[in-house]
Design a protein around this ligand. Structure first.
Ligand SMILES: *Cc1c(COP(=O)(O)O)cnc(C)c1O
Length: 287
């Protein structure tokens, strides 16, 4: 893929806080989605597939990134979307469709089967030339792509923070730093309710036999009402952050992560170097 990783530089914000600008890799597939799809594309091609099929909600950045990736690689794309299209398509879905993605809507009830083995086997039989990627792109290939971030960062880091949706990005970072006991990896959940990320990340790690020595933790306190919810307090914070540091954050993921990380750093003043991962998502910034 013709993407210039070199632009995703490390930028100093203030004091002990830096930001890894993966959002600058590309406006649509930048951030973590480029990295999560990188080895999935290779696997799809190696398996002789000509189509990418994946899952997501109406505001999914992964759906949009998959559509764009298919376009770049000359592969077809199918998006299986949670819910119905009655109220019109979201900006992400309109854009994905413009890029050639075929959208198929599944009721919220049926969508619950998206990881079910029998359902996936039936779907594969229906689309034999499709390479099926799970929701959010999260699988072992995605973790391998994310883990490449370590080589682009300095070694003397105390904390790395990322926003978490499906947890694949944090799982990839944990895999990358599994051998480093003196680092803490923080995942700021954008989802409301009980923490399902910790168990699913553990499952992802165990499936690959990874026993991390690094510290890692999901922080659930800064979801601001849940997925894609952006109360005025969050919007004000994001505007202020942009005014102070000239760095754009999105409402769904990176704004919540940065708010949470700044709060965390106030409580952990002995942190010498914290890096926030800018995972992108700016296409939907005006959501
Ligand atoms: C998808 C996405 C995330 C969440 O990544 P997961 O690997 O699913 O946890 C975080 N930030 C942005 C901007 C995203 O688009």
């Amino acid at each position: 893929m013709d993407i210039d990783i070199g632009r995703s530089a490390l930028q100093h914000i203030y004091g002990n806080l830096w930001i890894k600008r993966d959002d600058l890799i590309d406006p649509i597939i930048g951030g973590n989605k480029f990295r999560k799809l990188k080895y999935n594309i290779q696997a799809a091609k190696a398996a002789g597939k000509d189509t990418l099929l994946t899952f997501g909600g109406a505001y999914s950045n992964h759906i949009l990134a998959t559509a764009r990736t298919g376009q770049i690689h000359n592969m077809g794309t199918i998006g299986v979307i949670r819910g119905h299209a009655e109220k019109g398509l979201s900006p992400n879905l309109i854009k994905a469709q413009d890029m050639g993605m075929t959208l198929q809507f599944l009721s919220r009830e049926d969508y619950k089967d998206r990881n079910d083995a029998a359902y996936l086997a039936a779907l594969q039989a229906l689309h034999p030339s499709a390479y099926i990627i799970p929701e959010g792109g999260t699988n072992a290939h995605a973790m391998k792509g994310i883990a490449e971030i370590r080589a682009e960062l300095p070694d003397d880091i105390d904390v790395i923070a990322t926003a978490c949706g499906s947890g694949g990005t944090l799982a990839g970072l944990i895999a990358a730093y599994a051998d480093k006991p003196d680092i803490t990896l923080l995942g700021f959940s954008v989802l409301k309710g009980e923490d399902q990320l910790t168990p699913s990340i553990k499952t992802l790690l165990e499936a690959q036999g990874i026993m991390p020595r690094c510290k890692w933790r999901i922080v659930t306190a800064h979801h601001f009402g849940g997925y894609a919810k952006a109360p005025p307090e969050l919007k004000t914070y994001i505007k202020g952050f942009k005014a102070r540091h000239d760095i754009p954050l999105d409402y769904v993921y990176t704004g919540k992560m940065m708010f949470g990380l700044e709060a965390w750093l106030k409580e952990h003043q002995n942190t010498e170097k914290a890096i926030a991962l800018h995972t992108g998502g700016l296409f939907t910034a005006g959501l």
